[in-house]
Design a protein around this ligand. Structure first.
Ligand SMILES: [Zn+2]
Length: 288
């Protein structure tokens, strides 16, 4: 009897030990992918982490491009593709001054695209493709799961706690850890295929020709051949292979038959006008 009580207690203790770190998050079905994941932080904690880390992250990539017309344009295109995603989050899009082509998504929905990447594109649907792809990393929670995998669940819970605690020093320290983690985060190839697939879906829902995704991936692949050095960072964080182009092509041919790759982007002119403005605002960007 005593032994049984002991075992029962031990079981409860063990159960509590496993349950405790999951108190805020837990096993949930992701609305974008339909997959079940064990995530140790809640949606609210995820948003708080992003809000806290965003200013430092922005600084890391040269700060905001100081032109509100450009910021409003990027927000408008990003708003279209993110408003049709399955996961409702406070998505926010910022153009940063870094000349190195890249785009990032923090947990919680803060998304960044570099001036270097925008300057390599030729129309609006390519911009919608990048922002749709980054929205997908947030919607599918690739970034939260990546941080959890990379830092360990206990550290992530700790960070969420420090940020929720609102104690300035602790909160700033936690934000620095998030920024370091996110800068070094490398998505898996499967995350990339899934983000392309969801990005294509959001583009089509928002009225963009999803062939823009194939155009974008082709631009990036060509750049990786002509400027391998400048593209290193982007490929480290978002692995790109010719297989991604083939996969995206298959999805569009299968699911979005109504769109043609040869139709011109009706918004190309307003994009090019914005790109010209970007080239005059951020010096040292080469026009392709
Ligand atoms: Zn990616």
């Amino acid at each position: 009897m005593r032994m049984q009580t002991y075992i029962a207690r031990k079981r409860i203790a063990l159960f509590a030990m496993f349950l405790l770190p999951l108190a805020a998050g837990g096993c949930t079905t992701n609305p974008a992918t339909g997959e079940k994941h064990l995530i140790v932080i809640s949606r609210e904690q995820e948003i708080a982490i992003g809000v806290e880390a965003a200013p430092e992250f922005e600084k890391e990539f040269g700060g905001r491009v100081p032109n509100e017309q450009l910021q409003a344009y990027v927000q408008m295109v990003g708003g279209k593709v993110s408003s049709v995603s399955e996961r409702e989050m406070p998505y926010e899009f910022t153009l940063v001054q870094s000349k190195v082509p890249n785009a990032f998504a923090l947990p919680g929905g803060k998304i960044f695209i570099s001036a270097g990447l925008m300057s390599k594109m030729t129309n609006e649907r390519q911009l919608a493709a990048v922002l749709g792809h980054e929205t997908a990393h947030v919607a599918a929670q690739h970034n939260v799961m990546g941080m959890q995998r990379q830092m360990g669940a206990a550290v992530l819970v700790d960070i969420a706690g420090q940020i929720a605690g609102k104690e300035k020093a602790g909160s700033a320290q936690a934000a620095t850890k998030v920024v370091a983690g996110m800068v070094g985060l490398k998505y898996s190839r499967n995350d990339e295929y899934q983000a392309d697939k969801l990005g294509i879906r959001y583009m089509a829902r928002a009225g963009y020709n999803p062939w823009g995704m194939v155009e974008l991936l082709t631009v990036l692949l060509n750049l990786s051949k002509s400027e391998p050095g400048s593209m290193g960072e982007m490929f480290r964080t978002h692995p790109l292979t010719s297989k991604r182009i083939a996969e995206a092509t298959d999805i569009i041919e299968d699911k979005h038959k109504g769109f043609s790759p040869s139709t011109a982007d009706p918004n190309a002119n307003r994009f090019l006008e914005m790109r010209r403005l970007l080239l005059t605002t951020v010096s040292g960007l080469a026009e392709k």
